[in-house]
Each structure stands twice: as C-alpha cells, then as structure tokens.
Write a protein that binds this ligand. Structure first.
Ligand SMILES: CC(C)(COP(=O)(O)OP(=O)(O)OC[C@H]1O[C@@H](n2cnc3c(N)ncnc32)[C@H](O)[C@@H]1OP(=O)(O)O)[C@@H](O)C(=O)NCCC(=O)NCCS
Length: 137
C-alpha cells in the first residue's frame, strides 16, 4: 500500500470530518479543524487520492487528535502519522490525553513509546476521566 502524507488542505476537510464522525462518539466540530488549517502539524494520510487518516499536533508538544478510517486500521497508518508529527515537533516533552475507555488507542500510544503520567478526573464534557500520556524526545 503506497500511503502519502501531506499537510491538510481545506479541500480535505470533508473527508477528515467523515473519519472524525466514524471514529469518535463526540467528534470535534468542523470549525476546530478549520482553525488548525494554518498549522504545519495537521497532516493527512492519502491512499489513491482518498484521505484515510489524519493527525494534528501543536508546536508546543500537544497531540490534539489522530484517527484512521476503520477499514484501514492495524496497517501501520496511525504509526506513520504519529511518527511524522513526533519527528516534526521541537519540545522534548510531548503530551496527549485520551478517554480511559479508549483501550485500543491506549495500547497504540503505549506501543509508540508513550507512558501514562496520570488521570485527569471529569476531563470530558460527559465527565469521563482522561489518561494523560507523555513521551520524551
Ligand atoms: C488509535 C488509531 C489512530 C491507531 O491507528 P492504526 O492505523 O490502527 O494503528 P497502527 O496500525 O499504526 O498500529 C501500530 C501498533 O499499535 C498497536 N495498536 C493499534 N491499535 C490497537 C488496538 N486497537 N488494540 C491494541 N493495540 C493496538 C499495535 O501494537 C499496532 O501494531 P500491530 O498492528 O502490528 O499489532 C486508530 O485505532 C483510530 O483511529 N482509533 C479511533 C480514534 C482514536 O481513538 N484516536 C486516538 C485518540 S485521540
């Protein structure tokens, strides 16, 4: 499978939103993604011109979100996206949060070298706790 990684453009947003809705119970609004369009660290994975995954990080070392189309998971695309962000971020400490119920993503981040550094109670709007994870560059 030949996967290309590119900076996300406005004309990719429709497919990014589709992936977002298939991936999260409480998806981010389109406006959130629009606000990241100017960030260099908003990347999409393309397969035959179709967006099959995306990832966003901020320059100060926060992984905002990452998702892969369900039918393309467990093929190394999440790793490819995350490796691309990790190699582009300057800060030595990179963090992220995820729902305590998101076991698959927890295993994914652990595999990528992140470790848990704590629980943030009532972090999400529906009051679910978050796991804070960190990796040192
Ligand atoms: C988390 C996510 C981005 C991973 O993407 P992916 O392309 O499937 O991940 P990869 O194929 O690169 O996985 C790399 C390794 O991570 C681990 N891993 C990935 N998903 C896993 C899962 N569901 N359960 C256990 N381990 C997992 C495995 O060790 C895997 O290697 P292997 O397939 O050779 O065993 C994807 O499952 C997804 O989009 N989930 C929904 C959105 C989400 O929860 N995002 C993260 C929260 S912000």
């Amino acid at each position: 499978m030949k996967i290309g990684l590119k900076k996300c453009r406005r004309n990719n947003l429709e497919q990014v939103m589709e992936i977002e809705h298939k991936s999260f119970q409480q998806p981010y609004e389109r406006e959130i993604f629009e606000s990241f369009l100017d960030y260099p660290l908003f990347v999409v994975a393309l397969y035959e011109d179709r967006v099959i995954g995306y990832a966003i990080a901020t320059g100060n070392g926060l992984i905002v979100s990452i998702a892969v189309r369900p039918e393309y998971r467990r093929k190394g695309i999440g790793k490819k996206l995350l490796d691309n962000l990790l190699s582009s971020i300057d800060p030595k400490k990179i963090t992220l949060t995820l729902r305590v119920s998101n076991k698959g993503a927890y295993e994914f981040y652990k595999k990528m070298g992140f470790t848990s550094s704590g629980i943030i109670h009532n972090y999400y709007e529906d009051s679910e706790d978050a796991i804070l994870m960190v990796i040192y560059g």
